[in-house]
Design a protein around this ligand. Structure first.
Ligand SMILES: O=C(O)CCC(=O)C(=O)O
Ligand SMILES: [Fe+2]
Length: 444
């Protein structure tokens, strides 16, 4: 398997070569006022599904939009310092993660800790009523998206099946090689879910466990990168695939750009490309320069779904408009090593090897066998680098909403200290002289 670093380098070289080839020309793309826009969308971007604001209940719109405003007013959004191509950069977009208690989501080397939404079996106290209501509203949106994503996938599959039926077998195999045949569930079977496995499969790829909420006010951002391939204009989020998701899981997004800005709008016929006053989502097929890109305008309350493997085969970017904008991006985060339950169970494994010497009061390793020592060392590092440092580095941001994370983090810190003293580390290998100074206390 290739190391991340060399894969990154390879991608960068490929990208630079492509940009050189392009010179000062742009690749073509289509947007809503182009004649073939819908045809391109239907044929090359069919797993991108838009649900216009008018199809969502007014009550849900109001609750979600109020939630965004509450979170903003309470200073809950933060720009992240992320690592891109070996450089530390501050994201133009500010973010907050909300989700299942104890869940985290890692993107661009930054682990975000979910502000928990209310979940049975967990006691959660929020800093105030508004934050509590905001988390509740986003959880409601999450449930709505889970149901809608299942419907959207079934609709998509049924439409593909219809197309398939109308084609001769040889054409069908050629045109739909990746068709999700096993998931084709007819409308009648939907509620009974007699196809047990298929339903489980669909559910596991739509059971959102977190939402990453984005906010950006373009008027406050003096510099935004220009989209480099198609000339689509200013980007709030550059081209990417979403990372750390369950394979083929759907991403569901709620878009809310605040009321129309007081700026003169160009007439559609005068526009060369996409309207720079309006927020758009940009889509392209990864490493394909033949198929035109797509730029889809997003109006307040519009929702979109990236179904099935769209996030793997295509890349997306967010093209800035003029007004400030929120988006709530619901994901099935791949959490096998990203939950508190997981890291506590790792600690348990490591600490099984510790022995408290009652006479001297010291803690030592029960076994000095190489594999055992290595395993403890690995867990020790995981706790330190993946959890404590990540959490501590982000300062007190989580306290803005709830103090939920602080007790488990203190517990993790205690486990870390215990592992630190049980490890036979030669003095020169420690970062500083002792455990007390190595990881600054989270409570400071
Ligand atoms: O804001 C959006 O519509 C999508 C944002 C996005 O792509 C991301 O956060 O990964
Ligand atoms: Fe994304």
């Amino acid at each position: 398997m290739k190391r991340n670093g060399s894969r990154e380098k390879e991608k960068e070289t490929k990208k630079q070569r492509l940009l050189e080839q392009l010179g000062d020309r742009w690749l073509p793309y289509l947007t809503s006022h182009n004649t073939d826009f819908h045809e391109l969308w239907r044929t090359k971007y069919s797993k991108f599904m838009l649900k216009e604001a008018s199809e969502v209940s007014e009550e849900l719109h109001q609750e979600v939009q109020q939630a965004f405003v509450n979170l903003l007013e309470h200073g809950c959004f933060f720009q992240d310092l992320v690592r891109i191509k070996g450089k530390d950069v501050l994201t133009p977009v500010s973010r907050i993660l909300i989700g299942n208690p104890g869940y985290t989501y890692k993107y661009l080397n930054t682990r975000l800790f979910a502000v928990p939404w209310l979940t049975e079996g967990h006691e959660i106290q929020y800093i105030n009523e508004e934050i509590s209501a905001a988390c509740e509203a986003l959880n409601k949106l999450n449930s709505y998206f889970r149901d809608e994503a299942i419907v959207a996938l079934q609709k998509y599959n049924n439409s593909q099946a219809k197309k398939l039926e109308s084609l001769p077998v040889s054409d069908a195999e050629q045109d739909f090689p990746g068709f999700m045949k096993e998931e084709h569930i007819s409308e009648d079977n939907r509620s009974s879910c007699s196809h047990g496995n298929q339903c489980a499969n669909l559910e596991s790829r739509t059971s959102y466990n977190v939402t990453l909420i984005n906010y950006m006010d373009p008027q406050q951002m003096l510099y935004l990168k220009q989209e480099p391939y198609f000339g689509m204009g200013k980007m709030a989020v550059s081209w990417h695939h979403d990372e750390n998701l369950v394979e083929r899981s759907t991403v569901a997004v709620y878009n809310y750009s605040c009321k129309d800005p007081l700026v003169p709008r160009m007439k559609e016929e005068d526009l060369k490309g996409r309207d720079p006053a309006i927020w758009h989502i940009g889509l392209k097929i990864a490493w394909d320069i033949k198929t035109p890109g797509l730029s889809v305008p997003l109006y307040p309350g519009d929702c979109y779904f990236m179904l099935d493997d769209l996030n793997m085969t295509h890349q997306h970017c967010v093209l800035s408009g003029l007004q400030s904008r929120f988006s709530s991006t619901h994901r099935v985060a791949e959490c096998s090593t990203g939950t508190l339950d997981y890291i506590f169970s790792q600690c348990q494994v490591a600490l099984q090897n510790s022995e408290h010497k009652s006479d001297s009061g010291t803690i030592t390793l029960k076994s000095l066998e190489g594999t055992v020592v290595k395993q403890v060392e690995k867990i020790h590092n995981e706790v330190e680098f993946e959890w404590l440092r990540q959490f501590w580095f982000q300062g007190n941001r989580y306290r803005k909403c709830s103090n939920w994370w602080h007790q488990p983090m203190m517990k993790l810190e205690d486990f870390w200290k215990e592992m630190e003293v049980m490890m036979p580390v030669p003095p020169c290998q420690g970062l500083t002289s002792g455990p007390e100074t190595r990881v600054p206390s989270i409570l400071e």
